[in-house]
Design a protein around this ligand. Structure first.
Ligand code: HEC
Length: 278
């Protein structure tokens, strides 16, 4: 009898150890969510998507005022028009995407198992253009950001659902994005993690730091500082520049893996893109 318990016990131990060793994206996410819940018990996951406005009442009021006439609406309209306009060969963007591109934005970035890499919606819009004989658009702002704004608007309210398939290459891309997120860079050796995780909610040079979870829900974004729209990778580059680091280039494997990991952190939170920020 004793031996029997011993066998059961060691079997259970091996299960729990192997699940620790194999801690995957889902286990990560639960632990990360728990961390922010403990740090900010009064903020729901939906609240987290309001970024720095959770931490400053005056800014929150100013922002809510701006949102009564959202500055990104022009971009949504422009994007809708661009999206519908046929290419010279008569095809449209809708031909390149499942469901004609409607209400899919909340499922990107995705890991494409055939290509063996992460694809972003911005990247696929340009792939679609090139496939149809058009020149690619610049990735960070302008027309591409408007098209993304329109596509995001059709996903508004849908929970962010970035999937990491149980596939070695997909897991490697996820792990690479995570590594980049936690890597120190620049002369003061800051990682994204230091500001938007450890120091989230506190102030740095007059700015309250938003939480990593919830940040990816409202891109592309209209920023007063930019006087226009920008994509999420434009924002990443801004943070890298602000800490004196050489920014990663947009749409590189590293940048796309970062977007994959960072967007995965917001899984389950309703998309509220496009958004607006100061
Ligand atoms: C030295 C601190 C610092 C570091 C390091 C840093 N950021 Fe930021 N980041 C800021 C500040 C300040 C803002 C503006 C206030 C806010 O929204 O948090 C910001 C804003 C953002 C936003 C916009 C949030 C929103 O609600 O729209 C994103 C996304 C972001 N950072 C991602 C990153 C990523 C990814 C990295 C790592 C490559 C990074 N940041 C590194 C300070 C930092």
């Amino acid at each position: 009898m004793y031996r029997f318990y011993l066998i059961i016990f060691s079997f259970l131990m091996s299960l729990s150890v192997s699940s620790m060793v194999n801690a995957g994206p889902q286990e990560d996410l639960l632990a990360y969510q728990k961390y922010f819940k403990k740090k900010f018990p009064n903020l729901s996951s939906v609240d987290l998507s309001n970024g720095m406005y959770n931490f400053n009442k005056d800014k929150r009021e100013q922002w809510e005022e701006i949102m009564s006439f959202p500055p990104y609406e022009i971009a949504i309209d422009a994007g809708e028009e661009l999206f519908a306009k046929p290419f010279k060969n008569g095809n449209t963007y809708a031909d390149c995407f499942e469901k004609g591109g409607i209400a899919i934005a909340h499922t990107y970035p995705r890991f494409n198992q055939q290509l063996g890499k992460v694809t972003t919606l911005a990247g696929l819009i340009n792939d679609c253009r090139v496939k149809n004989g058009e020149k690619p658009l610049p990735y960070l702002k302008g027309k591409l950001a408007s098209i993304l704004a329109y596509m995001a608007e059709t996903s508004r309210g849908k929970a962010i659902s970035v999937e990491v398939p149980n596939d070695a290459a997909a897991l490697a891309a996820y792990e690479d994005g995570k590594r980049i997120y936690f890597t120190r860079r620049g002369p003061r050796a800051f990682a994204c993690y230091h500001c938007h995780w450890e120091a989230a909610g506190s102030k740095i040079r007059g700015n309250e730091l938003s939480t990593a979870i919830g940040q990816a829900t409202h891109f592309p974004v209209y920023r007063s500082k930019w006087g226009g729209m920008g994509t999420i990778q434009r924002r990443y580059k801004g943070c890298m520049k602000n800490i004196g680091a050489k920014p990663l280039k947009q749409q590189t494997e590293a940048m796309n893996n970062l977007e994959y990991f960072h967007t995965f952190l917001s899984n389950g939170i309703p998309m509220n893109a496009p958004g607006s920020r100061f």
